[in-house]
Design a protein around this ligand. Structure first.
Ligand SMILES: O=C1O[C@H](COP(=O)(O)O)[C@@H](O)[C@H](O)[C@H]1O
Length: 248
C-alpha cells in the first residue's frame, strides 16, 4: 500500500526527509549494526543530502557503518558535475566519516569498463550480488531504504516509460541508451531490484510532477508510469509537496 505524506513546500519536504533518513539509518544500525541506503539524483534527492549535512542530527549516525549505493547514474566521466555520485559527494558524502569500502558508486564512462554502459551495469550487478547475502528473490542486498525521484513523464531511477529497461525482469541493473532526458546513456536499477528494498521513498516536488504522481498513485501500468512500479517490501512512501500532490 502506498503511504502519502504531503509537505507544504519543497524546502520543508527536504528537511523532513533528511530527518526521516537519520531515523531510518539509526534504527537499522540499532537492529543490525549497519544500514544500507540507495541514493537518488535529481533536485529533491540532492537537496535532502545537503540539508542532512547541515543538520546536527547527522551526528546521530555512525557513518562508518552505512553501505551507500545508487539507484541510477548518468554514465559520464568520473567527477563530472552531472553525475549523481559527484553531486551526492558534494552535498553530503565528502563531509561525513564513511568507510570508502562501503561506498558503491555506479561505474563512470571513463572507468575500467570503458564506454559501454551494459558492461558497467553488469559489473554493478556483480557488486550487488556479492553483497546480497540471504536475499533469495533478487540478487541484491535487502536495502533498508531506496530513495527515488520522479520525472515529469513518470520515470524513476533511469527507467523511462515504454522502454525495454522498465520491462526488465531478468537483471537487477541495466545499461540505458537513448534516454529521453540527457545524458543519453545511464545505468539504472530495475524495478525488481528496487522492490527488494525494505522501504522505498519516492520524493518529488513541483507542479511539473502533478500528473505523473496522480497517475502513479491511481494504479497506472508501470510500463507507462515507471514510478508506479516502485514498491518496498515493508513500506512504500511518497513524500510530496503540495504542488506535486495537487492531482490526488
Ligand atoms: O535524471 C534524473 O532525474 C530524476 C528526477 O530528477 P528531478 O530533478 O526531476 O527530481 C532522478 O530521480 C534521477 O536519479 C536522475 O538521474
Amino acid at each position: 500500500m502506498n503511504e502519502v505524506v504531503v509537505h507544504p513546500d519543497a524546502e520543508t519536504l527536504a528537511e523532513a526527509a533528511a530527518a526521516r533518513l537519520v531515523t531510518r539509518i539509526v534504527d537499522a544500525q540499532q537492529a543490525r549494526g549497519v544500514a544500507s541506503v540507495v541514493l537518488t539524483g535529481g533536485r529533491t534527492g540532492i537537496d535532502v543530502l545537503a540539508r542532512l549535512r547541515k543538520s546536527p542530527a547527522h551526528r546521530a549516525v555512525d557513518w562508518s557503518a552505512v553501505d551507500v549505493f545508487w539507484g541510477d547514474e548518468r554514465f559520464l566521466p568520473d567527477g563530472d558535475g552531472e553525475r549523481n555520485e559527484t553531486q551526492a559527494r558534494q552535498a553530503l558524502l565528502d563531509h561525513v566519516e564513511l568507510d570508502p569500502d562501503r561506498v558503491h558508486p555506479m561505474p563512470s564512462s571513463d572507468g575500467r569498463f570503458g564506454g559501454d554502459p551494459d558492461v558497467a551495469a553488469a559489473h554493478y550487478a556483480e557488486v550487488l550480488g556479492a553483497l546480497a547475502g540471504a536475499n533469495e528473490d533478487t540478487p541484491v542486498p535487502r536495502f533498508d531504504v531506496v530513495m527515488l525521484g520522479v520525472g515529469e513523464e513518470g520515470h524513476t531511477a533511469s527507467l523511462f516509460p515504454d522502454t525495454p529497461y522498465v520491462r526488465e525482469t531478468a537483471h537487477p541493473v541495466v545499461g540505458v541508451r537513448q534516454c529521453p532526458k540527457p545524458p543519453p546513456e545511464r545505468i539504472s536499477l530495475t524495478l525488481p531490484a528496487v522492490r527488494a528494498a525494505s522501504e522505498v521513498w519516492l520524493m518529488t516536488t513541483g507542479a511539473g510532477k502533478t500528473e505523473a504522481v496522480a497517475r502513479a498513485l491511481s494504479g497506472a501500468d508501470p510500463v507507462e508510469i515507471p514510478a508506479a512500479g516502485a514498491r518496498g517490501r515493508d513500506r512504500t512512501l511518497w513524500l510530496l509537496d503540495r504542488e506535486a500532490a495537487a492531482g490526488l
